[in-house]
Design a protein around this ligand. Structure first.
Ligand SMILES: Cc1cc2nc3c(=O)[nH]c(=O)nc-3n(C[C@H](O)[C@H](O)[C@H](O)COP(=O)(O)OP(=O)(O)OC[C@H]3O[C@@H](n4cnc5c(N)ncnc54)[C@H](O)[C@@H]3O)c2cc1C
Length: 545
């Protein structure tokens, strides 16, 4: 049994846990983050990536709306390379209640959100693919945020300041000594090694799984899991976030992100014991496509790439409520006060875009318990890669000889860290993923610096396999690079390839018709027909690799 001693333990490598780890590290607190899978593999990697202006919540939840607009302004400064400041539109369709438009303007005023009325003509100029029959439009400071980049940048910064990160390591229980939580028991899921980590404070940032963590400490906490599904279409049909101007409901947001657009979302209650088995239902896909087409008619002419879903980590306050009625506000629990169990706090609820604020609240309480007096610095300290404004023209000049498109994509994904990635040696900028312009140099950097253990993790750091071909022509090249850079044996890399294709398949299966079906047949032909991947025998545990 391995044993680690530290000051603070953070359970969960979603945006909230990663943000808390970074905040603590900036205050000089030694901390260990434990994540059962990969960073951003929970709800953080399963949402729209909408950098809310708060407008969506302004009528029903003024407090959330105010939090959103405050954090929106902070993140645009400290996380530049994770954000696209696209702006957003709220549009009224002929079947929508026209009075909601005026109500939204009024409530945005209370929340401090700049919400500007624009003519239909102007809205169509901003977003030419919009339904031309809209009746009214509002322009708001919505944007998009890449959850993978954001979480990874928080983890990277914390590690550079001395934090320890254990991914693919699940916490199986809280260790208690009398009325105090003093550590956690965990297991590395890849090697099977068991370990115990001890610390003065444990921050439970495990999202919807927080209920299980609390239960292992003998504490009752009831989550109210609400599933939301989304579909991704094969190209970017909009350049600004398009929202429907009505009481929040199914299928009323279309968000552009990198090379694609996505339509979201739905809200369905799920039983707690089913949260790890959720899948996208046929009726959800039909609703999303139908509603999306009302906002942007071109949706009907696109190819659906994949569908996925996530579970909102909402904490139940009372009775049986619909997922949209329950508070999405931030919940910080001091278990010493609530349950008489010292050494443990839970941070949950909120949103991706309020992760920094949630982390600040959790770190403030953790530091108070540890008697550390340092103040939060995350409002002003830029994430690695976002230190200065991105200047594409200067970067292109600096990397003369490397294709502009490669420089542009690397800069877009890694900001100033581009200098740690690109250099003029030809091998470095050779393309591995053509859809997303991912180079060998970017993969080498991710393998060495960004806690990548397999190709699925690599996808989250670089977008490899996220574009229109969904990993057909890049996955096997990436598998080879794991071996080249000593990150896996050849048998392990073959196994990774199979796991990656299986993982991609989960998202494609619900949308298997038309071009998506043809693409899958082609992919099957490459990997089974040409490479014979289905016939590869993988070594059993203990066998020589
Ligand atoms: C459909 C949908 C759409 C959304 N859209 C948006 C949006 O557009 N904008 C926005 O701001 N917010 C959005 N949200 C909300 C947002 O995604 C979440 O609030 C946020 O990502 C939660 O982050 P988290 O870090 O708290 O939780 P998570 O990301 O779930 O992180 C918890 C982590 O804990 C890990 N974990 C669990 N158990 C253990 C264990 N035993 N040991 C170790 N690790 C463990 C999990 O693997 C997971 O990685 C959306 C949510 C949903 C469901």
């Amino acid at each position: 049994m391995k044993r680690i001693e530290t000051e603070a333990i953070v359970i969960g490598g979603g945006a909230t846990g990663a943000g808390t780890l970074r905040d603590l590290s900036l205050r000089g607190v030694r901390a260990v983050l434990i994540e059962k899978s990969d960073i951003a593999s929970g709800t953080t990697g399963r949402n729209h990536g909408l950098l809310h202006s708060g407008t969506r919540y302004a009528v029903n939840d003024l407090e959330s709306a105010r939090e959103c607009i405050r954090e929106n302004k902070i993140l645009k400064k400290i996380a530049r390379h994770c954000i696209e400041d696209t702006g957003g539109l709220f549009v009224t369709l002929p079947e929508d209640d026209p009075s909601y438009h005026g109500k939204l303007i009024e409530h945005c005023k209370y929340a401090g959100i700049r919400c500007e009325e624009v003519s239909v003509q102007e809205a169509l100029r901003i977003e030419p693919n919009l339904n031309p029959n809209i009746l009214a439009a509002l322009r708001v400071p919505d944007g998009t945020i890449d959850p993978f980049r954001l979480t990874s940048a928080n983890v990277l910064d914390a590690q550079e300041r001395g934090a320890t990160v254990l991914t693919h390591t699940g916490v199986s229980g809280i260790i208690r000594e009398g009325d105090r939580a003093i550590g956690v028991r965990c297991r590395d899921r890849r090697t099977g090694v068991e370990l115990e980590v001890f610390g003065g404070i444990i921050v439970n940032a495990s999202g919807v799984w927080g209920q299980e963590i609390c239960a292992s400490a003998g504490i009752a906490l009831r989550m109210f899991p609400s599933k939301g599904s989304m579909v991704i279409i094969d190209y970017r049909i909009n350049n600004v976030v398009v929202n429907r101007c009505r009481v929040p409901s199914d299928g009323d947001i279309i968000v552009p992100g990198d090379t694609v657009s996505l339509i979201g979302t739905t809200s369905k209650k799920v039983e707690y014991d089913k949260i790890d088995e959720i899948t996208v239902d046929e009726d959800e896909i039909a609703t999303l496509l139908e509603s999306g087409e009302k906002l942007i008619p071109n949706v009907s002419r696109t190819r659906v790439l994949r569908a996925y879903c996530g579970v909102r980590p909402l904490i139940a306050v009372s009775g049986e409520m619909d997922g949209r009625e329950i508070s999405r506000g931030i919940v910080l629990i001091d278990h010493e006060r609530r349950d008489s169990v010292g050494g443990l706090i839970t941070i949950a609820g909120g949103k991706l875009m309020t992760y920094r604020l949630m982390a600040e609240m959790a770190a403030d309480l953790a530091c108070a318990k540890l008697k550390v007096r340092k103040k939060c610095r995350t409002q002003k300290t830029a994430l690695p890669g976002s230190e200065r404004k991105l200047d594409q023209a200067k970067s292109v000049k600096f990397f003369t000889g490397i294709p502009n498109s490669v420089v542009g994509s690397t800069l877009y994904r890694h900001g100033q860290r581009i200098r740690n990635i690109l250099h003029r040696e030809k091998r470095n900028y050779g393309l591995i993923c053509e859809c997303e312009m991912v180079t060998e140099g970017e993969i080498e950097y991710a393998l060495k610096k960004l806690n990548v253990k397999d190709i699925v993790d690599l996808r989250r750091r670089t977008r490899i396999g996220m574009g229109p071909c969904q990993g057909q022509l890049c996955a096997y090249r990436a598998a080879g690079l794991f071996v080249k850079y000593d990150s896996a044996t050849s048998a392990e890399s073959n196994k990774m390839l199979v796991d990656f294709l299986e993982e991609r398949w989960k998202g494609i299966k619900p949308v298997l018709w038309g071009d998506a079906l043809r693409e899958v047949e082609f992919c099957y032909w490459i990997y089974q027909g040409l490479f014979g991947l289905g016939d590869v025998r993988f070594p059993e545990e203990g066998e020589d690799r």
